[in-house]
Design a protein around this ligand. Structure first.
Ligand code: NAD
Ligand code: UFG
Length: 333
């Protein structure tokens, strides 16, 4: 049985990944400080799968606590989700973002290396493709960032590359997620942000259950089929499964590699809205609002590297993603 450590395992994507790992028979330990999640999520994971992940509540920025963990546990590999992720907030409190995401990662890598655990799957983001590439995005395109959050992803990828170059025993897979949405089909775990959501589908979910009056569509004058922004939405369960494929790959290959996790299909804001209307059986009001600063017109993956290298591809369609989001929303509103 492999022992997999999941940093940020109580969060949205991490919790779905823990379900998949436990289902595959792995021993799972979550390291999380619950700065953006709740301990109850572990109860929900146990309810879904009949097994409970172990938990060590710690902040990865606490160097001693992180070191103490790796000094006292034998770990086969780490999946590193822990990080702050709100783009707008990262512009308001950049030092908090750089400290949390970079210091946490550096502490983690130092302790892993010191105790002979040299395999890591990292949550990167399609945000590293920046503003100047044209979709579909391939992993060999130049990367950049437009906000502090994005820079942390870009910088961590560089740290992983340099670490791999310094020591051939390390194996890193950076997974560049496109737009994860949906929830576990049980409706027990999903995404439930505090306050007014920034992201499209959590916002639409709140309109659908009457907590927000209408969706603001940020721009309808983009160079896209209906003028609204196009993104590659991927079911969070598909995404979670991709991490197990990345772990398997990391067992066979040393060095650093970056891999897109997306469907390869773009959907516009209005297409997502209409799919959600079908999922919830209601007409959802929207107004056209100005473009949001920093948004690009079109983002979607070339998913072929994941298919050949990881033997993984996304399965769910947009309607299924919206139905699972709505099922979760109904249980948690
Ligand atoms: P999330 O906020 O739901 O989960 C992150 C988890 O990490 C939370 O449980 C939080 O408490 C924990 N955490 C944060 N800082 C920590 C620290 N210093 N020590 C210990 N625990 C800490 O976010 P998510 O949506 O599940 O995203 C997971 C990862 O994927 C993040 O790194 C995020 O940047 C990346 N990502 C997310 C998206 C997305 O749209 N959700 C897209 C691309 C990349
Ligand atoms: N949008 C609206 N109204 C809203 C929210 C969003 O019209 O209320 C539009 C946006 O303009 C964009 C699309 O819906 O065209 C998707 O926006 P999201 O905020 O849901 O997602 P982004 O593509 O902007 O960014 C997300 C994460 C980033 C991550 C990126 C790629 O927030 O952290 O996906 O993975 F980097």
């Amino acid at each position: 049985m492999r022992h997999i450590v999941v940093t940020g395992g109580a969060g949205f994507i991490g919790s779905h990944c823990c379900v998949e790992l436990l289902e595959a028979g792995d021993q799972v330990t979550i390291l999380d400080n619950f700065c953006n999640s709740k301990p109850e999520t572990l109860d929900r994971i146990a309810e879904i799968i009949g097994k409970r992940p172990d938990l060590v509540e710690l902040d990865l920025c606490d160097e001693q606590a992180t070191e103490q963990f790796f000094a006292t546990h034998t770990v086969d590999a780490v999946i590193h989700f822990a990080g702050l992720k709100a783009v707008g907030e990262s512009c308001q409190i950049p030092l908090t973002y750089y400290h949390n995401n970079l210091t946490g990662t550096l502490n983690l890598l130092r302790s892993m290396g010191a105790h002979g655990c040299k395999r890591l799957v990292f949550s990167s983001s399609a945000t590293v493709y920046g503003m100047n590439n044209t979709a579909p995005f391939t992993e060999d395109m130049p990367t950049s960032a437009t906000n502090p959050y994005g820079w942390t992803k870009q910088m961590i990828e560089q740290i992983l590359m340099d670490t791999a170059a310094s020591d051939p025993e390390w194996s890193f897979v950076a997974l560049r997620y496109f737009n994860p949405i949906g929830a576990h089909p049980s409706g027990l775990i999903g995404e439930d942000p505090n306050g007014i959501p920034n992201n499209l589908v959590p916002y639409i979910a709140k309109v659908a259950c009457g907590q927000l009056a209408h969706l603001n569509v940020f721009g309808n004058d983009y160079d896209t089929p209906d003028g609204t922004g196009v993104r590659d939405y991927i079911h969070v369960v598909d995404l979670a499964k991709g991490h197990l494929c990345a772990l398997d790959y990391a067992e066979t290959a040393a060095g650093f590699c970056a891999v897109n996790l997306g469907t390869g299909n773009g959907a516009s804001v209005l297409e997502v809205l209409h799919a959600y209307e079908e999922a919830c059986g209601k007409t959802l009001p929207y107004v056209i609002a100005p473009r949001r600063a920093g948004d690009i017109a079109t983002s979607y993956a070339d998913p072929s590297k994941a298919k050949t290298l990881l033997r993984w591809e996304a399965k769910s369609d947009l309607l299924t993603m919206c139905k699972d989001s709505w099922n979760f929303t109904l249980k948690h509103q």
